[in-house]
Design a protein around this ligand. Structure first.
Ligand code: GLN
Length: 541
């Protein structure tokens, strides 16, 4: 029987509910259980695909092509379990499904209401597409008390009745702030947050209390008493030096123990040696490299969450610390700013959309190519490297991407039709923005003898995509003659997936997003190799 753990958050947002959920998933996994993690988001967007990265952080893409919340990235990185479309839902998606059914007449004339129709749709989302998982961890986005979160809380409240106490658990994450003027930790916000939960009929079973200081026994007792939970189930969650410490820290505070006790399960102690090794490597690096990330949303780290994680994983694999220098590409649109790139050991241009700042990315790619600094272009970063190579290696001075309007040499352009697993996919220019990109996992065949085939030690790979435009194979011969090789192609040879410059210490552009599949225990080979290239570069400068 699958057991469900519902994770809510109170007091303030940004307490790290996603990481807490991912860490509990990892702990249960380390005890030998099969876990699955899900996120229910109360906002009205159908998915986060159309949301600005500034508003919502990165869009995490799954193998099956869902554009999901970035917390699914934490889940996948911490547990290694590949997320799916059926692991993330929003109010918008639930309502649009219910309304579509209503239009079809499926409800046979009934009045459609939040309870039971929306809550039933939420409950069936939570409980469907499960096979033999021991635990499904279900994180509710937002903060308890938000108006839009109410149907979600109602749905999980009902699920305890439906599935029984023995199969459900409520974990509530709160904040215990330290007030310097009083010199005290305050429990009142936690009490209020639990009161709010109780008002919708949910009694939390375990409280995970974020705090910057140790919570003394007296305060813990107070929380237990006022919030009606067992004292052992008030667990402190102190700040830790790296995110990799979180599972170990929560284990030491007894989180997984409490979960097992709640469900009356006898299980072996978790083996956390892999987590401990990672913490050790991260806190005692043998060197340091500096990587410039030339992008657009550099003001908000969450916009490139998987990317910064993957760079860290590359650092773990090479036992070095990766210093990340986030640079707004627009600054490189004047020549005198390029000195900012002087001395970095690698340049990475990540995914992006739109013309603003694109010339700066092209300039950064040129700097990396000419100065023989390792260059890693991801999606838009590959496309801009191709534009640069077309202009300055192949002499096509008016080369560009049709994403910015018509141009004389469209080396990057819109593909209107392509195949995915035997099905024809179509896309129109000027069509809907949501869900119309090439999304999810696609296979790619690597050229024998290429750098990437060495890096992957394989000839066929699968990676996740999220883009509308493609490198134009009409220019392949000219680009290859000039020194940029197309070393990875879709199996039918139609879509370029990887370009590289063999006559350069490390210059690779990929149309997909390798950062989405990198994990601390299994750093992505491209990131491991890129950081190794940066380590070599650091020995030269
Ligand atoms: N804007 C480009 C496209 O749509 C690149 C997208 C990306 O980098 N994810 O093709």
């Amino acid at each position: 029987m699958t057991r469900f753990i519902f994770i809510t958050g109170g007091v303030v947002s940004s307490l790290g509910k996603g990481l807490a959920s991912a860490s509990l998933g990892a702990l249960l996994q380390a005890r030998g259980f099969k876990v699955r993690l899900r996120k229910l988001d109360p906002y009205i967007n159908v998915d986060p695909g159309t949301m600005s990265p500034y508003q919502h952080g990165e869009v995490y893409v799954t193998d099956d092509g869902a554009e999901t919340d970035l917390d699914l990235g934490h889940y996948e990185r911490f547990t290694g379990v590949a997320s799916r479309q059926s692991d993330n839902v929003t109010t918008g998606r639930i309502y649009s499904d219910v309304i579509a059914k209503e239009r079809r007449g499926d409800y046979l004339g009934a009045t459609i209401q939040v309870i039971p129709h929306i809550t039933d749709a939420l409950k069936s989302f939570v409980t469907s597409d499960i096979t033999d998982e021991d635990f499904v961890l279900c994180e509710i986005g937002g903060t308890v008390g938000d108006i839009e979160g109410l149907p979600f809380l109602e749905a999980i409240r009902q699920l305890r009745n439906d599935l029984g106490r023995d199969n459900t658990m409520y974990l509530h994450l709160t904040l215990v702030p330290y007030i310097p003027t009083a010199g005290e930790l305050k429990t009142k916000p936690t009490q209020h947050s639990v009161k709010e939960l109780l008002s919708v009929g949910i009694q939390p079973d375990v409280l995970l209390c974020r705090s910057e200081r140790e919570i003394p026994v007296a305060e813990r007792r107070k929380i237990a008493q006022f919030c009606n939970v067992h004292e052992d189930a008030v667990i402190q969650a102190l700040d830790v030096p790296t995110i990799y410490n979180v599972p170990v820290a929560y284990h030491e505070e007894g989180l997984d123990e409490q979960v097992c006790r709640h469900f009356n399960i006898d299980s072996k102690k978790p083996d956390l040696s892999a987590w401990k090794n990672i913490c050790e490597t991260v806190t005692k690096p043998e060197g340091e490299v500096s990587i410039a990330i030339v992008g657009k949303y550099t003001g908000l780290r969450d916009a490139y969450k998987s990317l910064s994680e993957a760079l860290d994983h590359g650092g773990i694999a090479n036992k070095v610390n990766v210093g990340m220098h986030w640079m707004d590409s627009e600054i490189f649109e004047t020549d005198d700013a390029l000195h900012h790139l002087e001395g970095v050991h690698g340049i990475l241009v990540p995914g992006g959309f739109g013309e603003r700042g694109s010339e700066g990315k092209i300039a950064a790619a040129r700097f990396a190519r000419e100065r023989k600094i390792p260059y890693f272009g991801i999606c838009f970063g590959m496309q801009m490297a191709v534009v640069e190579a077309a202009r300055n290696m192949a002499g096509l001075h008016k080369a560009g991407s049709t994403e910015f309007g018509p141009c004389e040499h469209p080396v990057v352009g819109l593909m209107t039709e392509w195949m995915q697993g035997g099905d024809l996919q179509k896309r129109e220019s000027g069509g809907n923005m949501g869900g119309t990109m090439r999304l999810g996992a696609y296979p790619c065949v690597l050229e024998k003898g290429s750098r990437v085939s060495e890096i992957y030690a394989d000839s066929k790979i699968s990676e996740r995509h999220r883009h509308r435009y493609e490198v134009n194979t009409g220019y392949r011969d000219q680009l290859e003659a000039a020194g940029m090789k197309f070393s990875g192609m879709s199996p039918d040879g139609v879509l370029p997936e990887i370009v590289e410059i063999p006559d350069h210490p490390w210059f690779v552009g990929v149309q997909f997003h390798p950062e989405l599949k990198s994990k601390p225990f299994e750093p992505h080979p491209l990131f491991t190799s890129f950081i190794a290239g940066a380590v070599n570069q650091s020995r030269l400068v």
